[in-house]
Design a binder for this molecule. Sequence first.
Ligand SMILES: Cc1ncc(COP(=O)(O)O)c(C=O)c1O
Length: 413
Amino acid sequence: MDIKKKFNNYVQSLETYIMFRIKSRMIELTPELTAKNRKPIAMSMGAPIDMVPEFVINKLKECLSDPSIHNYSTPKGETYFLEAIAKRMKTRFGVDFNPKTEIFSLIGSKEGIANLIRELINPTVIEEDKDIILIPDPGYASYKEMIKVSGGRGLSVPLTEENNYMPNLDELLDKLVKEGYKKEKIKALIINYPNNPLGKTCTREYLEHCVDFCTRNEIILISDNAYCDIYFDEKDKPLSIFNIEGARDVAIEFYSFSKPYAMTGWRLGYACGNSEIVGMLGKLKSTIDTGIFKALQKAGAELINSKEGDEYIKQANAKFKKKISKFVDGLKELGWSVDMPKTGFYLWIKIPSKYATSKDFCDALLEQSGIVAVPGSAFGALGEGYIRLSITTDEKSLEEVIERMKQDNHRFE
Ligand SMILES: Cc1ncc(COP(=O)(O)O)c(C=O)c1O
Protein backbone atom coordinates (compact mmCIF):
# COMPACT_ATOMS: atom_id res chain seq x y z
CA MET A 1 0.00 0.00 0.00
CA ASP A 2 1.17 3.51 -0.79
CA ILE A 3 0.48 4.97 2.62
CA LYS A 4 1.29 8.53 1.64
CA LYS A 5 -1.36 8.44 -1.10
CA LYS A 6 -4.02 7.71 1.50
CA PHE A 7 -3.49 11.16 2.94
CA ASN A 8 -5.25 14.15 1.47
CA ASN A 9 -3.63 16.03 -1.41
CA TYR A 10 -2.55 18.92 0.78
CA VAL A 11 -0.98 16.86 3.50
CA GLN A 12 0.92 14.80 0.91
CA SER A 13 2.83 17.90 -0.12
CA LEU A 14 3.16 19.28 3.40
CA GLU A 15 6.67 19.53 4.76
CA THR A 16 7.59 19.45 8.43
CA TYR A 17 7.34 22.99 9.79
CA ILE A 18 10.39 25.05 8.81
CA MET A 19 11.56 25.66 12.41
CA PHE A 20 11.70 21.93 13.11
CA ARG A 21 13.45 21.22 9.80
CA ILE A 22 16.08 23.77 10.76
CA LYS A 23 16.37 22.24 14.22
CA SER A 24 16.91 18.74 12.79
CA ARG A 25 19.61 20.04 10.46
CA MET A 26 21.26 21.80 13.39
CA ILE A 27 21.27 18.58 15.43
CA GLU A 28 22.65 16.63 12.47
CA LEU A 29 25.54 19.10 12.04
CA THR A 30 26.30 19.57 15.74
CA PRO A 31 29.18 17.03 16.04
CA GLU A 32 30.94 18.35 12.95
CA LEU A 33 30.46 22.01 13.93
CA THR A 34 31.50 21.40 17.53
CA ALA A 35 34.70 19.76 16.30
CA LYS A 36 35.65 22.94 14.45
CA ASN A 37 34.75 25.16 17.40
CA ARG A 38 31.49 26.29 15.85
CA LYS A 39 28.94 24.62 18.13
CA PRO A 40 25.51 25.74 16.86
CA ILE A 41 23.95 28.88 18.34
CA ALA A 42 20.21 28.86 17.74
CA MET A 43 18.77 32.12 16.47
CA SER A 44 15.94 30.49 14.60
CA MET A 45 12.95 29.99 16.89
CA GLY A 46 11.16 32.80 18.66
CA ALA A 47 11.56 31.12 22.00
CA PRO A 48 12.84 33.26 24.90
CA ILE A 49 15.26 31.27 27.02
CA ASP A 50 14.93 33.01 30.39
CA MET A 51 13.44 31.12 33.30
CA VAL A 52 9.67 31.58 33.51
CA PRO A 53 8.48 33.81 36.37
CA GLU A 54 9.09 32.08 39.71
CA PHE A 55 5.64 33.18 40.82
CA VAL A 56 3.96 30.98 38.22
CA ILE A 57 6.02 27.94 39.13
CA ASN A 58 5.04 28.30 42.77
CA LYS A 59 1.37 28.68 41.84
CA LEU A 60 1.60 25.60 39.64
CA LYS A 61 3.20 23.54 42.39
CA GLU A 62 0.61 24.71 44.90
CA CYS A 63 -2.36 23.63 42.84
CA LEU A 64 -0.98 20.25 41.79
CA SER A 65 -1.96 18.73 45.13
CA ASP A 66 -5.62 19.69 44.60
CA PRO A 67 -7.35 16.40 43.64
CA SER A 68 -9.92 18.17 41.47
CA ILE A 69 -7.27 19.71 39.24
CA HIS A 70 -6.31 16.54 37.37
CA ASN A 71 -9.48 15.62 35.53
CA TYR A 72 -10.84 16.95 32.23
CA SER A 73 -11.19 20.68 31.97
CA THR A 74 -13.71 22.41 29.75
CA PRO A 75 -12.60 23.17 26.17
CA LYS A 76 -13.71 26.75 26.64
CA GLY A 77 -11.55 27.32 29.69
CA GLU A 78 -12.26 27.24 33.39
CA THR A 79 -14.23 30.17 34.76
CA TYR A 80 -11.24 31.46 36.75
CA PHE A 81 -9.11 31.49 33.59
CA LEU A 82 -11.73 33.24 31.46
CA GLU A 83 -12.40 35.82 34.18
CA ALA A 84 -8.69 36.47 34.59
CA ILE A 85 -8.38 37.06 30.84
CA ALA A 86 -11.33 39.47 30.91
CA LYS A 87 -9.62 41.38 33.73
CA ARG A 88 -6.33 41.47 31.82
CA MET A 89 -8.01 42.75 28.65
CA LYS A 90 -9.56 45.50 30.74
CA THR A 91 -6.36 46.57 32.50
CA ARG A 92 -4.03 46.17 29.50
CA PHE A 93 -6.31 47.58 26.77
CA GLY A 94 -9.27 49.13 28.57
CA VAL A 95 -11.67 46.79 26.77
CA ASP A 96 -14.57 44.87 28.36
CA PHE A 97 -15.22 41.27 27.37
CA ASN A 98 -17.87 38.86 28.54
CA PRO A 99 -15.87 35.87 29.82
CA LYS A 100 -18.80 33.55 29.09
CA THR A 101 -19.25 34.36 25.43
CA GLU A 102 -16.34 36.40 24.14
CA ILE A 103 -13.23 34.57 25.41
CA PHE A 104 -11.95 31.06 24.68
CA SER A 105 -8.88 29.29 26.03
CA LEU A 106 -6.32 27.88 23.57
CA ILE A 107 -3.57 25.28 23.66
CA GLY A 108 -1.17 27.96 22.41
CA SER A 109 -2.35 30.54 19.90
CA LYS A 110 -1.03 28.57 16.90
CA GLU A 111 -3.61 25.84 17.51
CA GLY A 112 -6.44 28.37 17.77
CA ILE A 113 -5.53 30.17 14.55
CA ALA A 114 -5.16 26.85 12.69
CA ASN A 115 -8.55 25.60 13.89
CA LEU A 116 -10.30 28.84 13.02
CA ILE A 117 -8.81 28.73 9.52
CA ARG A 118 -9.97 25.14 9.18
CA GLU A 119 -13.49 26.21 10.08
CA LEU A 120 -13.59 29.10 7.66
CA ILE A 121 -12.48 27.22 4.57
CA ASN A 122 -14.65 24.88 2.54
CA PRO A 123 -12.06 22.34 1.42
CA THR A 124 -11.82 21.79 -2.32
CA VAL A 125 -9.21 20.58 -4.78
CA ILE A 126 -10.60 22.79 -7.55
CA GLU A 127 -8.29 25.80 -7.70
CA GLU A 128 -10.83 28.46 -8.71
CA ASP A 129 -13.29 27.32 -6.05
CA LYS A 130 -10.85 27.74 -3.21
CA ASP A 131 -11.72 30.05 -0.35
CA ILE A 132 -9.21 32.81 0.24
CA ILE A 133 -7.57 34.16 3.36
CA LEU A 134 -5.44 37.29 3.08
CA ILE A 135 -2.16 36.95 4.96
CA PRO A 136 0.76 39.27 5.67
CA ASP A 137 3.81 38.83 3.44
CA PRO A 138 6.31 38.57 5.02
CA GLY A 139 4.37 36.91 7.79
CA TYR A 140 4.33 34.05 10.30
CA ALA A 141 5.33 30.95 8.31
CA SER A 142 2.47 28.82 9.66
CA TYR A 143 -0.39 30.84 8.17
CA LYS A 144 0.08 29.77 4.59
CA GLU A 145 0.56 26.11 5.50
CA MET A 146 -2.49 26.13 7.77
CA ILE A 147 -4.55 27.55 4.90
CA LYS A 148 -3.11 25.13 2.36
CA VAL A 149 -3.82 22.02 4.40
CA SER A 150 -7.35 23.28 5.00
CA GLY A 151 -7.90 23.36 1.22
CA GLY A 152 -7.87 27.11 0.86
CA ARG A 153 -5.66 29.69 -0.72
CA GLY A 154 -3.56 32.25 1.15
CA LEU A 155 -3.04 35.47 -0.77
CA SER A 156 -0.34 37.97 0.15
CA VAL A 157 -0.94 41.31 1.75
CA PRO A 158 2.40 42.90 0.85
CA LEU A 159 4.23 44.59 3.72
CA THR A 160 6.91 46.76 2.16
CA GLU A 161 9.04 49.75 3.04
CA GLU A 162 7.14 51.72 0.36
CA ASN A 163 3.77 51.18 2.04
CA ASN A 164 5.34 51.57 5.49
CA TYR A 165 4.21 47.99 6.23
CA MET A 166 0.57 49.16 6.20
CA PRO A 167 -0.80 48.47 2.71
CA ASN A 168 -4.03 50.02 1.49
CA LEU A 169 -6.47 47.12 1.53
CA ASP A 170 -8.97 48.66 -0.91
CA GLU A 171 -6.22 49.00 -3.53
CA LEU A 172 -5.16 45.43 -2.86
CA LEU A 173 -8.71 44.14 -3.26
CA ASP A 174 -9.14 46.03 -6.57
CA LYS A 175 -5.91 44.49 -7.80
CA LEU A 176 -6.98 40.98 -6.79
CA VAL A 177 -10.36 41.36 -8.45
CA LYS A 178 -8.64 42.58 -11.65
CA GLU A 179 -6.42 39.50 -11.50
CA GLY A 180 -9.56 37.35 -11.51
CA TYR A 181 -10.01 36.44 -7.85
CA LYS A 182 -13.61 36.42 -6.65
CA LYS A 183 -14.28 38.89 -3.86
CA GLU A 184 -16.92 36.62 -2.30
CA LYS A 185 -14.30 33.89 -1.83
CA ILE A 186 -12.33 36.04 0.62
CA LYS A 187 -13.25 34.74 4.05
CA ALA A 188 -10.79 36.50 6.30
CA LEU A 189 -7.90 38.90 6.65
CA ILE A 190 -5.09 38.05 9.07
CA ILE A 191 -3.15 40.95 10.53
CA ASN A 192 -0.16 40.60 12.82
CA TYR A 193 1.09 43.80 14.44
CA PRO A 194 3.68 43.62 15.97
CA ASN A 195 4.74 41.56 13.01
CA ASN A 196 6.81 38.43 12.94
CA PRO A 197 9.33 38.51 11.22
CA LEU A 198 9.62 42.26 10.55
CA GLY A 199 9.21 43.58 14.10
CA LYS A 200 7.01 46.34 12.66
CA THR A 201 3.94 47.67 14.32
CA CYS A 202 1.12 49.83 12.94
CA THR A 203 -0.81 52.96 13.75
CA ARG A 204 -4.28 53.22 15.26
CA GLU A 205 -5.43 54.71 11.94
CA TYR A 206 -4.29 51.59 10.14
CA LEU A 207 -6.21 49.34 12.53
CA GLU A 208 -9.25 51.54 11.83
CA HIS A 209 -8.68 51.00 8.12
CA CYS A 210 -8.58 47.20 8.67
CA VAL A 211 -11.83 47.20 10.65
CA ASP A 212 -13.53 49.47 8.13
CA PHE A 213 -12.30 47.38 5.19
CA CYS A 214 -13.49 44.11 6.74
CA THR A 215 -16.85 45.59 7.74
CA ARG A 216 -17.56 47.01 4.28
CA ASN A 217 -16.47 43.84 2.50
CA GLU A 218 -17.93 41.33 4.97
CA ILE A 219 -14.60 39.73 5.76
CA ILE A 220 -13.65 38.30 9.15
CA LEU A 221 -10.72 40.09 10.74
CA ILE A 222 -8.23 37.86 12.55
CA SER A 223 -5.75 39.81 14.62
CA ASP A 224 -2.75 37.82 15.81
CA ASN A 225 -1.44 39.75 18.81
CA ALA A 226 1.18 37.24 20.01
CA TYR A 227 3.82 39.98 20.42
CA CYS A 228 1.69 42.75 21.96
CA ASP A 229 3.70 42.78 25.17
CA ILE A 230 7.16 42.89 23.61
CA TYR A 231 7.96 46.59 23.13
CA PHE A 232 10.72 48.92 24.24
CA ASP A 233 9.11 52.30 24.68
CA GLU A 234 5.72 53.27 26.13
CA LYS A 235 4.95 55.28 23.01
CA ASP A 236 5.20 52.10 20.91
CA LYS A 237 2.95 50.04 23.19
CA PRO A 238 0.82 47.90 20.86
CA LEU A 239 -2.96 48.20 20.82
CA SER A 240 -5.68 45.60 20.61
CA ILE A 241 -7.92 45.54 17.55
CA PHE A 242 -10.73 46.04 20.08
CA ASN A 243 -9.46 49.52 20.81
CA ILE A 244 -11.09 50.30 17.47
CA GLU A 245 -14.79 51.06 17.24
CA GLY A 246 -16.74 48.44 15.34
CA ALA A 247 -14.10 45.72 15.70
CA ARG A 248 -16.40 43.58 17.81
CA ASP A 249 -18.71 43.14 14.82
CA VAL A 250 -16.06 41.50 12.65
CA ALA A 251 -12.96 40.52 14.62
CA ILE A 252 -11.31 37.93 16.78
CA GLU A 253 -7.90 38.43 18.39
CA PHE A 254 -5.36 35.80 19.43
CA TYR A 255 -3.05 36.03 22.43
CA SER A 256 -0.31 33.88 23.86
CA PHE A 257 1.57 33.38 27.13
CA SER A 258 4.53 32.07 25.09
CA LYS A 259 6.48 35.21 24.27
CA PRO A 260 5.98 37.65 27.18
CA TYR A 261 6.58 35.10 29.93
CA ALA A 262 9.03 32.75 28.15
CA MET A 263 6.36 30.05 28.52
CA THR A 264 6.48 28.58 25.01
CA GLY A 265 6.31 25.02 26.35
CA TRP A 266 3.18 25.60 28.42
CA ARG A 267 0.99 25.95 25.32
CA LEU A 268 -1.22 28.54 26.87
CA GLY A 269 -3.17 31.10 24.89
CA TYR A 270 -6.61 32.57 24.35
CA ALA A 271 -8.87 34.24 21.84
CA CYS A 272 -11.19 37.19 22.47
CA GLY A 273 -13.73 38.84 20.28
CA ASN A 274 -17.01 38.64 18.44
CA SER A 275 -19.14 36.14 20.33
CA GLU A 276 -20.29 34.34 17.19
CA ILE A 277 -16.75 33.84 15.88
CA VAL A 278 -15.54 32.77 19.33
CA GLY A 279 -18.54 30.43 19.65
CA MET A 280 -17.91 28.82 16.25
CA LEU A 281 -14.26 28.28 17.15
CA GLY A 282 -15.44 26.66 20.37
CA LYS A 283 -17.73 24.21 18.60
CA LEU A 284 -14.87 22.68 16.65
CA LYS A 285 -12.50 22.73 19.58
CA SER A 286 -15.00 20.96 21.80
CA THR A 287 -15.00 18.03 19.39
CA ILE A 288 -11.25 17.76 18.93
CA ASP A 289 -9.66 18.71 22.23
CA THR A 290 -10.78 18.86 25.79
CA GLY A 291 -9.12 22.00 26.95
CA ILE A 292 -5.98 22.85 28.85
CA PHE A 293 -4.72 21.13 32.01
CA LYS A 294 -6.49 23.00 34.81
CA ALA A 295 -3.27 23.51 36.76
CA LEU A 296 -1.81 25.48 33.86
CA GLN A 297 -4.96 27.57 33.62
CA LYS A 298 -4.94 28.24 37.36
CA ALA A 299 -1.29 29.31 37.45
CA GLY A 300 -1.65 31.30 34.21
CA ALA A 301 -4.76 33.06 35.51
CA GLU A 302 -2.91 34.24 38.59
CA LEU A 303 0.17 35.29 36.67
CA ILE A 304 -1.58 37.39 34.07
CA ASN A 305 -2.99 39.89 36.55
CA SER A 306 -0.11 39.86 39.05
CA LYS A 307 2.44 42.55 39.87
CA GLU A 308 5.10 39.84 39.45
CA GLY A 309 3.93 39.08 35.92
CA ASP A 310 3.98 42.73 34.87
CA GLU A 311 7.41 43.23 36.42
CA TYR A 312 8.70 40.14 34.62
CA ILE A 313 7.55 41.53 31.25
CA LYS A 314 9.14 44.91 32.02
CA GLN A 315 12.47 43.35 32.87
CA ALA A 316 12.36 40.92 29.96
CA ASN A 317 11.75 43.83 27.57
CA ALA A 318 14.63 45.81 29.09
CA LYS A 319 16.87 42.79 28.54
CA PHE A 320 15.68 42.31 24.96
CA LYS A 321 16.28 45.99 24.26
CA LYS A 322 19.83 45.83 25.59
CA LYS A 323 20.67 42.60 23.77
CA ILE A 324 19.13 43.64 20.48
CA SER A 325 20.76 47.08 20.43
CA LYS A 326 24.17 45.58 21.18
CA PHE A 327 23.68 43.01 18.45
CA VAL A 328 22.55 45.72 16.01
CA ASP A 329 25.78 47.63 16.77
CA GLY A 330 27.76 44.47 16.02
CA LEU A 331 25.98 44.04 12.69
CA LYS A 332 26.59 47.67 11.81
CA GLU A 333 30.32 47.14 12.30
CA LEU A 334 30.03 44.34 9.77
CA GLY A 335 28.44 46.62 7.21
CA TRP A 336 24.73 46.05 7.77
CA SER A 337 22.38 48.96 7.87
CA VAL A 338 19.83 47.77 10.38
CA ASP A 339 17.46 49.64 12.65
CA MET A 340 16.56 48.75 16.19
CA PRO A 341 13.03 47.27 16.02
CA LYS A 342 10.34 48.93 18.15
CA THR A 343 8.57 45.68 18.96
CA GLY A 344 9.32 41.95 19.08
CA PHE A 345 12.67 40.23 19.39
CA TYR A 346 13.54 39.56 15.77
CA LEU A 347 16.01 41.16 13.40
CA TRP A 348 15.26 41.12 9.72
CA ILE A 349 18.45 41.61 7.75
CA LYS A 350 19.35 41.79 4.09
CA ILE A 351 21.51 39.06 2.60
CA PRO A 352 24.92 40.01 1.18
CA SER A 353 24.93 40.34 -2.62
CA LYS A 354 27.15 37.27 -3.16
CA TYR A 355 24.27 34.99 -2.14
CA ALA A 356 21.52 34.23 -4.66
CA THR A 357 18.89 33.32 -2.06
CA SER A 358 18.17 33.72 1.63
CA LYS A 359 18.49 29.95 1.99
CA ASP A 360 22.02 30.07 0.55
CA PHE A 361 23.01 32.65 3.15
CA CYS A 362 21.42 30.65 5.98
CA ASP A 363 23.23 27.51 4.81
CA ALA A 364 26.54 29.37 4.80
CA LEU A 365 25.93 30.81 8.28
CA LEU A 366 25.12 27.36 9.62
CA GLU A 367 27.68 25.26 7.80
CA GLN A 368 30.61 27.67 8.17
CA SER A 369 29.84 29.32 11.48
CA GLY A 370 27.20 27.33 13.39
CA ILE A 371 24.80 30.30 13.34
CA VAL A 372 21.23 29.08 12.97
CA ALA A 373 18.97 31.56 11.17
CA VAL A 374 15.73 31.34 9.18
CA PRO A 375 15.60 32.18 5.45
CA GLY A 376 13.27 35.08 4.72
CA SER A 377 11.63 33.05 1.95
CA ALA A 378 9.97 30.93 4.67
CA PHE A 379 7.85 33.97 5.57
CA GLY A 380 6.49 34.60 2.07
CA ALA A 381 7.65 35.61 -1.40
CA LEU A 382 8.52 39.11 -0.18
CA GLY A 383 10.85 37.64 2.41
CA GLU A 384 13.35 36.50 -0.20
CA GLY A 385 16.57 38.49 0.09
CA TYR A 386 16.40 38.61 3.90
CA ILE A 387 16.98 36.37 6.89
CA ARG A 388 15.38 36.43 10.33
CA LEU A 389 17.45 36.27 13.49
CA SER A 390 15.75 35.67 16.81
CA ILE A 391 17.54 37.61 19.56
CA THR A 392 16.32 35.39 22.35
CA THR A 393 19.53 33.63 23.25
CA ASP A 394 21.92 34.79 26.00
CA GLU A 395 24.27 37.77 25.69
CA LYS A 396 27.43 35.70 25.57
CA SER A 397 26.15 33.65 22.65
CA LEU A 398 25.16 36.82 20.84
CA GLU A 399 28.68 38.21 21.29
CA GLU A 400 30.03 34.91 20.00
CA VAL A 401 27.79 35.17 16.91
CA ILE A 402 29.20 38.60 16.03
CA GLU A 403 32.74 37.34 16.66
CA ARG A 404 32.20 34.31 14.40
CA MET A 405 30.69 36.52 11.70
CA LYS A 406 33.83 38.68 11.83
CA GLN A 407 36.20 35.72 11.77
CA ASP A 408 34.32 33.87 9.03
CA ASN A 409 33.86 37.02 7.00
CA HIS A 410 30.08 37.28 6.96
CA ARG A 411 29.84 40.95 6.12
CA PHE A 412 27.22 42.92 4.31
CA GLU A 413 28.77 43.73 0.96
C1 LIG B 1 2.99 35.67 14.83
C2 LIG B 1 2.86 34.46 15.68
N1 LIG B 1 1.64 34.04 16.00
C3 LIG B 1 1.45 32.95 16.75
C4 LIG B 1 2.52 32.23 17.22
C5 LIG B 1 2.24 30.97 18.02
O1 LIG B 1 2.60 31.08 19.33
P1 LIG B 1 2.05 30.04 20.43
O2 LIG B 1 1.39 28.92 19.70
O3 LIG B 1 3.26 29.61 21.17
O4 LIG B 1 1.06 30.79 21.25
C6 LIG B 1 3.82 32.61 16.90
C7 LIG B 1 4.97 31.83 17.36
O5 LIG B 1 6.09 32.01 16.98
C8 LIG B 1 3.99 33.77 16.11
O6 LIG B 1 5.21 34.20 15.77
